[in-house]
Design a protein around this ligand. Sequence first.
Ligand code: HEC
Ligand code: HEC
Length: 299
Amino acid sequence: MRRIVRMLAYGLLTLVVLAAGVLGIAWWRTEVALARVYTLAEVELPVSGDPAQVERGRHLAVTRGCTDCHGDDLAGRVVIDAGPVGLYVAANLTPAGAGAGMDANLFEHAVRHGVGRDGRPLRFMPATDFAAMGDDDVAALYAYVKSVPPATRELPETWIGPLGRVLYLFDQVPVLLTAESVDHAAASAPRVAPVVAATADYGRYLAQGCTGCHGERFAGGRIPGAPPDLPIAANLTPDPSGLGAWSEADFMRAIRDGKRPDGSAIDPFMPWKSLGHMTDTELRALYAYLRSLPPLPRG
Ligand code: HEC
Ligand code: HEC
């Protein structure tokens, strides 16, 4: 009997020591990654700040997800409060917050590279969705961000929890430090977006922003690093398990009204409310691109 108790105690002790070891390694790995300094090229962005450019930037900020995370007034917001995984807070981009003293280059570093003004990686800023954005669009976004009035809100500090660090150690939260996944040389190269038209080519450009949740191949599945209570991303390829039977009108209705062809509601975690502000041309381009993909089973 005593022997069994002693064996159990040793077993438990070993487990505790192992868990502490994994946590220690995870802690050290995240601290090293957070301290890394990225040296990025200077880029020339065509910023004019004229009303048409500011309006284009406003449209992009709403339809590309910036306001979903940074708030309608861009004054910042808690994006995810996931207990031991962490607390992720999008920065205040107005002149009362991070917008103060931010030049076009620093802005470009954040948006296309996921790198902050000190050269260190931003946390939970999905730059991989924006790395291929054209210079005109980055410039328009910058012009818009510069035009918004100062606003402030009480915001907690971002905190990477112990579970978040362990998940990071096992590559389970790609969105934590997107600077690690971006090809920085390619993202800095002068880049012209395709012509705005209802073409699969323009749709491919727009669909970059869907990959963070629907995956690189648009087949959907569990969103990496997402808490288990979040819905599973849908398959957007033309497979029967995806959008195979969807007409263009079905697709437009899904994004504009959050309703599938059978009338069921799409979970608001899918940002259809903001994507619904896309123009008909943009939505038709997305549909044309998604139709051109190889059909894949879900996940
Ligand atoms: C999934 C949520 C999310 C989306 C979408 C998003 N951001 Fe962010 N962004 C963040 C978070 C979180 C931070 C803060 C990072 C940190 O504190 O390390 C941030 C930081 C930034 C910063 C750096 C601020 C600073 O402190 O220097 C800029 C600039 C920025 N975002 C612009 C944008 C723009 C423009 C868009 C749309 C094209 C966008 N973001 C979309 C979450 C998001
Ligand atoms: C923040 C994550 C996220 C982003 C970004 C996102 N989606 Fe989704 N999407 C989801 C989730 C999760 C679902 C499943 C919702 C549900 O089960 O109700 C979904 C569902 C859908 C559906 C409904 C399909 C079906 O069969 O239920 C369509 C269509 C869709 N997304 C298109 C897009 C397109 C196009 C983009 C990019 C322009 C995009 N999504 C960007 C998370 C996202």
